[in-house]
Design a binder for this molecule. Structure first.
Ligand code: IPE
Ligand code: IPE
Ligand code: MG
Length: 259
């Protein structure tokens, strides 16, 4: 059985799309545990967010050099607006500083950067402008695509896609998964193969709900600010041992050619 993916490739295990060496094509990280990292050091939660910057850069480089084609990082959820305004303000300032500081390096590495989010008016205008500038600067890069999910919610994306689909006037009977997915933001994004959620929490927290439908999940105990390239490579190794069936009966072990 062949399941069509949103990007038009096939999820038929025998074709092992984009995984010639068992490297997941699309890795997504729920960067969790910053607050607990800080609490364990009797520091304010903001210190944990600040410490997360090193991990972000390490993971981007580890993914790129491992041959991951798509890396998505969950940086701020639509639910995170509920946090104290001092923490939200800090995150807005921190993300802007990180984007500006690393823009040239990301571009030099050939990384195409995207920001996936609803663009709430509460996002400071200078930050929104820096996001747009980095997307424009790197839009023709052909290296890894880095998607930063910021002000993102998976359910919200699906509702928006439904609105867009209805507006387009497609008759109900003509709606299928491929047509629907074409109305999601960045519809060329392939399905997620591997989700890594640090800090031991085991939940989705409204992350890329459509795209993770058949992802493998790994939940390292390590907190995000302590997560480094070797942890990331361990996750890739664990992924290679996993069997994927996509609802069929023939297991496909990542990294091994299918008979
Ligand atoms: C993840 O770390 C970062 C964001 C959600 C922005 P947390 O801030 O959720 O850290 P914990 O879960 O409280 O430890
Ligand atoms: C998910 O982490 C969002 C990000 C990592 C940006 P949270 O820490 O906000 O999720 P919950 O509240 O534990 O589900
Ligand atoms: Mg958390």
């Amino acid at each position: 059985m062949t399941a069509d993916r949103a990007d038009g490739t096939s999820a038929d295990p025998s074709q092992a799309p984009g995984e010639p060496r068992g490297v997941p094509r699309h890795v997504a990280c729920v960067m969790d545990g910053n607050g607990r990292w800080a609490a364990r050091r009797s520091l304010p939660r903001t210190s944990g967010h600040r410490a997360a910057e090193t991990t972000v850069i390490d993971v981007i480089e580890a993914a790129r050099t491992a041959g991951v084609e798509w890396l998505s990082l969950y940086a701020f959820s639509t639910e995170n607006w509920q946090r104290p305004s001092s923490e939200v303000d800090f995150l807005m300032r921190l993300v802007r500083r990180v984007v500006r500081k690393h823009a040239a390096l990301l571009h030099a590495r050939g990384i195409r950067c995207r920001f996936l989010g609803v663009a709430d008016p509460r996002i400071p205008v200078p930050l929104a402008r820096d996001f747009a500038d980095l997307m424009t600067l790197t839009s023709t890069n052909r290296g890894m695509t880095l998607t930063v999910a910021f002000d993102h919610g998976g359910r919200g994306d699906i509702v928006e896609a439904a609105r867009s689909l209805i507006r387009s006037g497609v008759p109900a009977d003509a709606v299928d998964e491929r047509r629907f997915a074409a109305h999601l933001p960045f519809p060329d994004t392939p399905d997620v193969d591997l989700v890594i959620r640090t800090s031991g929490e085991q939940r989705i927290s409204n992350f890329m709900l459509w795209q993770v439908a058949y992802a493998e999940w790994i939940f390292p105990q390590v907190l995000w600010p302590d997560f480094r390239a070797p942890h990331f490579l361990e996750c890739l190794h664990a992924y290679r041992q996993r069997d994927r069936r996509f609802g069929g009966v023939t297991p496909y072990t990542n990294g091994e050619p299918h008979p």
